[in-house]
Ligand binder design. Structure first.
Ligand code: KG4
Ligand code: ZN
Length: 335
């Protein structure tokens, strides 16, 4: 079964053709990141406009690269939540029009569920149930994936997402948006024990995260040394901060796995590209005899192949929408 996936929830316009949830036949991503860099973050109005310009050529390219005619597409899966509302609406309205004019079924797909599905592409043997750490620019969740379309959140951030914390820390050090990637690179040459940073915990909620205090601590560290005219060792700050964030993520994730007695662990979302998170979890899972899966780096960030993958499972579960489909800025992964 061939699914056309369409993604426009943030700053990437993407389309892909995916077969049976795991085989990517084509994948096209038009990134707007260079333009948003000028402003230090995503400007929603610009994002919507660029999606509107890119959506037609991107879908065309995805079909062309797949050597697939629209007539051979079995369903159109589109990201309808969560994300920037104006950006989501471009993809949703385009997909609705395409579905209406061709009669191809329309499948609404949740962005974070799609991030999880990127793992089915990279690891075709992977099957639920498993425990997934979903870490992106907007979300940090520990999700119990009971089945492809049945999920339960057992831990979440109370304030900033991990990606957001990485980006803000990086921005304070003058790194371009999105700084998480750059911070990860610079951290490779630093000492993770150079600066002592807090490991915030949420009282009575052992699987929840809180990154805002940690973010403020690193920003204060940088500002204080600037005020004193002391040049701070950037690689050491990056390494110490990365270690602190990864430590919080890994500690809660492993505790949840132990308490829920789940021995198959998975990571997903933009931050799952973080090299320390990947290596630490691979090591810890090996020690404990757990199975561990992660997406290939090319599928960690926003793309439409993951939408085509999750869309396949949503379609099989009977999720099909009509032309009254709307986009939603927020929506739980459980719905
Ligand atoms: O999933 P994603 O592409 O978009 C959202 O759905 O939010 O995640 C983007 C986030 C950004 O905050 C970016 O800095 C972060 O993922 N990110 C990283 C790395 N690569 C991307 N954070 C830390 N280390 C990385 N290597
Ligand atoms: Zn994303």
């Amino acid at each position: 079964m061939k699914i056309l996936g369409i993604e426009s929830s943030c700053d990437e316009t993407a389309a892909a053709v995916v077969e049976d949830g795991t085989r990517v036949i084509s994948s096209v991503v038009a990134s707007q990141v260079e333009e948003h860099k000028l402003y230090g973050g995503v400007v929603p109005e610009i994002a919507s406009r660029r999606h509107a310009e890119a959506i037609v050529p991107v879908v065309h390219q995805a079909l062309e690269q797949a050597g697939t005619a629209l007539a051979d597409i079995d369903a159109i899966a589109v990201t309808y939540a969560p994300g920037l509302i104006g950006a989501l609406l471009v993809g949703v309205n385009f997909a609705k029009g395409l579905s209406l004019s061709t009669g191809i079924p329309l499948v609404p797909t949740h962005h974070l569920r799609s991030h999880i599905a990127s793992n089915y592409i990279s690891n075709p043997d992977l099957k639920p149930p498993f425990l997934c750490l979903v870490v992106s620019g907007g979300h940090s969740h520990i999700v119990l994936v009971e089945d492809y379309t049945k999920m339960r959140i057992i831990g979440r951030t109370r304030d900033d997402a991990a990606g957001e914390a990485f980006d803000k820390a990086a921005r304070t050090m003058g790194m371009p948006y999105p700084g998480g990637i750059e911070l990860d690179k610079v951290a490779q040459n630093g000492n993770p024990l150079a600066f002592k940073l807090p490991r915030p915990v949420v009282h009575d909620a052992p699987y929840d995260f809180s990154f805002s205090g940690l973010k403020t601590a690193v920003i204060n560290l940088i500002h204080n040394s600037e005020q004193k005219g002391i040049e701070i060792n950037k690689p050491d700050v990056c390494a110490s901060f990365r270690y602190a964030v990864v430590d919080c993520l890994v500690t809660n994730f492993l505790k949840a796995a132990e308490d829920y007695n789940i021995k198959r662990l998975v990571i997903a979302g933009g931050v799952s590209a973080n090299s320390l998170l990947r290596s630490t979890l691979a090591e810890e899972c090996k020690k404990r005899g757990y199975e561990f899966y992660m997406p290939e780096k090319k599928w960690c960030g926003d793309n439409a192949a993951m939408v085509g993958s999750q869309g396949y499972y949503e379609y099989l579960s009977g999720r099909v929408a009509g032309t009254d489909l709307n986009a939603y800025a927020t929506m739980s992964i459980e719905v």
